[in-house]
Design a protein around this ligand. Sequence first.
Ligand code: ADP
Length: 252
Amino acid sequence: FHILVIMYDISDIINVKQMQIDFLRNASHELKTPITAISGFTKTLLSGAMDDKKSLVEFLKIIDQQSDQLASLVQDVLTISHIQNGTNYVYKPLALHDFVNSELKSYDSMLANNHLTIHNQIPEHVEVNTDTTILTRILRNLVSNAIKYNQPNGEITISYDDNDSYWQLIVSDTGIGIAQKDISRLFERFYRADDSRTKQKVSGTGLGLSIVKEMVDAIGGTIHVKSQRGVGSTFTVEFPLVDEDSQTDSEN
Ligand code: ADP
């Protein structure tokens, strides 16, 4: 029995070590890709391509997009340490439809490049009491996955629902979907489903959803996934309804 326990512990350690090695490899690759693109296109511009207005705009767009990706990866790593250090949440009323619209603006070129359409179906009158930083990180991770794992001419829909105890943010896509065996592991740090690593060759670190889950847990919410391979996925985040008055009290 003792030996079994030790073996179990060792294999656990090996798994964690392997995942950390994979993570470092993925993260370095992820960092290298945008840096190479930014530096390459900048050098091309500086060595003459700048004189051609069309190339100038085209290359600047790529540089802009790649810098965003770089910032997002660094943000993910920072968010992990932020959550681990404990965070103070600040709840404020927010017009959800407009907030989502303004967030979606930064995805315009990514959507156009991938021939994707996005629909904001959140009713305009909806107001939620929420921590904007947390909501932003959750939304960005889910939307960028819905883009990355979509199919050409695909669609993404963002919608809202509520009841007496929670409100829901629902992000659904018509993408590659997720195999049943992967669904229970999606929220593990570093985990990436086989389809996205091998078939689709989409780059990523396997960090995004683990961060989403940690944030959702931290604010007392839940997250569910429904998915069918080749058809699409729906991620539903439930945010507990926070009483504004009690929030004000606890802040004083
Ligand atoms: P990353 O996208 O960096 O790999 P995530 O933690 O955000 O990491 O996602 C983990 C895995 O879950 C992804 O590698 C992918 O296999 C799968 N996944 C996440 N979102 C979707 C989606 N909308 N459609 C299909 N697969 C998804």
